[in-house]
Write a protein that binds this ligand. Structure first.
Ligand SMILES: Nc1ncnc2c1ncn2[C@@H]1O[C@H](COP(=O)(O)OP(=O)(O)OP(=O)(O)O)[C@@H](O)[C@H]1O
Ligand SMILES: [Mg+2]
Length: 570
């Protein structure tokens, strides 16, 4: 070795051996030192060994820690100038290992000879030694500097690695997961705190007497032996649910177990197995709670559904009953209409007999006259025209009688509910004619007045005629005692939507106690009345989507107003 050859002097050799021995003891001292302490210790040792004036050490910090600079000088240096010296030496530390440079001595007079030994971290990391001695550095100095730099590098690297390990160990130890490492035969080597707590283990000694299969619930052990362990060894991993057992309470605890094999990175051979397992009790409880909640929710929904179904059934029944009641009411109403028509027809029978009597008497008279004219053989030629006229009159009277009978039949025939557009004036005329043929007082002056804009009405003719007939008959009857017997039936177009028929009389008018119940059935002031007329009228008018109302006629008497919708344009 060339440098050994230069150590010709035994004294120098002794010094070199002494210093090398001293340097070799440093790593043991640095065992618990951090980077800065190592740098400082190395600087102090080198300052005395090299007999140098300044030693400057720059070492990298751990991860994001700052770089540590340490400077040791043979003489006291003020803080102000130390920064300046450091800057100069930091530049020098980047130089090559064997490069020696001479700079103006920043510590005092003369020249400072400096040499650097970089450390294996890259960048500025390294040791710089400086001396005003013109012989500096000797080969021994450079040797010692290089060895010190190597020792410091290794010590700092070890410090960094240990710090990293301590960090990881803290994470593992503080983890709430069960983390454990075991031999391939199942003897536990390491368990973190969570593992001890979760299984109720009291100490490392107890654990060392156990095997990982002792951690498992008894009925899981066979499966673990036969299936899980072989799978871990074969594929490197098994992940699944496994029940472990609490050593003190005997509680069976479900875990999500990640069980894996650890292989030697160099040989690739399995060395250990390990696990990171999660206690599933909390999760299982949440799942059970959720399941219970779901079940109770489902039950409540089912109960509510059945309540709703019952309510629906009740409503359906009620609706059906109401429908039946409506049908019964409609039947009753139809019966009443019919009864009313029959009673009206009965009351009119006498009048109709009288009515029919007239045309029939006239007919009989005409026929008798013809008979007489032809008693002595065929009529003389100048009388033939007279005979033809008389026969014509007889035919007219027969037709009139037939017409009266036809109207009566039509009126009493039940079931004609068809609605169609009817001519309102015709309908009113006919009703008025029928009513006038009734049993009311004589000498009633009837005035019909029709608005040409209210000629069409969408109605069932017989029903609307019955309304008119009832109103007109009531008016007639009310005027039985009156001196001034005047009946007015007036139609009018009210607006684009409705027309009105007003029936006004000069009769007795209505006392208040009657007005209160006017449209209710069976309220009558008449000896032979049924008190049904007006209630039937109102039902019929409302069935035609109209309204029936009463108001007193000023100057005495009553006015009944029927309002009906205007039929749609054809
Ligand atoms: N124009 C009117 N003037 C005075 N009173 C009337 C008039 N119209 C009806 N009334 C009173 O209203 C009552 C009820 O009339 P409604 O037509 O409903 O029955 P009614 O005429 O008594 O019997 P019926 O069932 O034979 O028609 C009558 O009894 C009468 O007192
Ligand atoms: Mg009446």
């Amino acid at each position: 070795m060339p440098w050994v050859d230069k150590l010709s002097e035994p004294q120098e050799l002794r010094r070199c051996i002494r210093d090398l021995v001293a340097l070799s003891t440093l790593p043991a001292i640095w065992k618990d030192y951090n980077s800065r302490q190592i740098a400082d210790s190395a600087a102090a040792a080198l300052l005395s060994m090299l007999n140098a004036d300044v030693i400057y050490v720059t070492v990298p910090g751990l991860r994001d820690e700052p770089v540590a600079d340490v400077m040791r000088t043979s003489q006291a240096v003020s803080i102000g100038s130390s920064g300046h010296i450091e800057r100069i030496l930091r530049g020098a530390s980047r130089g090559r290992r064997d490069q020696i440079s001479a700079i103006d001595n920043p510590l005092g007079k003369g020249t400072l000879r400096i040499v650097a030994a970089p450390m294996g971290f890259g960048g500025d990391a390294g040791i710089v030694a400086g001396s005003v001695n013109p012989q500096f550095p000797s080969e021994t100095d450079r040797l010692l500097l290089g060895i010190a730099a190597n020792h410091a590098t290794l010590a700092i690297q070890r410090w960094h690695a240990e710090a990293e390990q301590r960090r990881l160990a803290t994470v593992i130890e503080r983890s709430s997961e069960f983390i454990g490492i075991a031999d391939l035969d199942g003897t536990p080597q390491y368990l973190n705190k969570a593992a001890f707590d979760l299984l109720g283990l009291s100490g490392t000694e107890e654990v060392q007497r156990l095997n990982i299969f002792d951690f498992m619930a008894p009925d899981e052990r066979t499966r673990a032996h036969r299936e899980l362990l072989p799978m871990v060894m074969r594929t490197g991993r098994w992940l699944g649910e496994l029940n472990l057992c609490h050593f003190k309470t005997g509680e069976i605890i479900p875990f999500l177990v990640d069980w894996f094999r650890i292989d030697d990175s160099r040989t690739g051979r399995p060395t250990n197995m390990a696990t990171v397992s999660r206690d599933l009790r909390h999760q299982k409880k949440l799942e059970a709670d959720l399941r219970r909640l779901n079940e109770s929710l489902e039950q409540r929904v089912a109960e509510r559904t059945s309540e709703l179904a019952e309510a629906l059934e009740r409503l359906t029944l009620e609706a059906e009953e109401r429908l039946c009641a409506d049908v019964r009411a409609q039947q009753l109403q139809a019966e009443l209409h019919h009864a009313s028509r029959l009673s009206a027809a009965g009351q009119m029978a006498g009048a109709l007999a009288h009515e029919l009597n007239q045309p029939l008497t006239a007919f009989t008279n005409s026929i008798n006259a013809v008979h007489r004219m032809m008693a002595n053989g065929p009529p003389a030629p100048h009388r033939v025209a007279t005979v033809r006229d008389v026969l014509g009159e007889a035919a007219d009277q027969a037709l009139r009688a037939g017409e009266i009978i036809r109207r009566l039949r039509e009126f009493v025939t039940r079931g004609e509910t068809e609605m169609r557009i009817e001519n309102l004036p015709d309908l009113i005329r006919e009703a008025s004619h029928l009513a006038s043929a009734g049993t009311g007082p004589h000498g009633v002056q009837v005035r019909l007045s029709f608005d040409p804009r209210a000629e069409a009405v969408f109605a069932n003719r017989i029903q609307l005629q019955q309304v008119m007939l009832n109103l007109i008959r009531n008016a007639h009857e009310a005027m039985a005692q009156s001196e001034w017997r005047e009946l007015e039936v007036v139609t009018a177009r009210l607006d684009d939507k409705s027309i009105e028929i007003a029936v006004a009389d000069r009769g007795s008018g209505l006392p208040d106690n009657i007005v209160e119940h006017l449209f209710e059935p069976f309220h009558t002031t008449k000896v032979d009345g049924m008190g049904l007329g007006l209630s039937i009228c109102r039902s019929i008018v409302e069935a035609h989507r109209g309204k029936l109302g009463y108001e007193p006629n000023c100057g005495g008497g009553a006015i009944f107003r029927v309002t009906l919708p205007v039929p749609p344009e054809r």
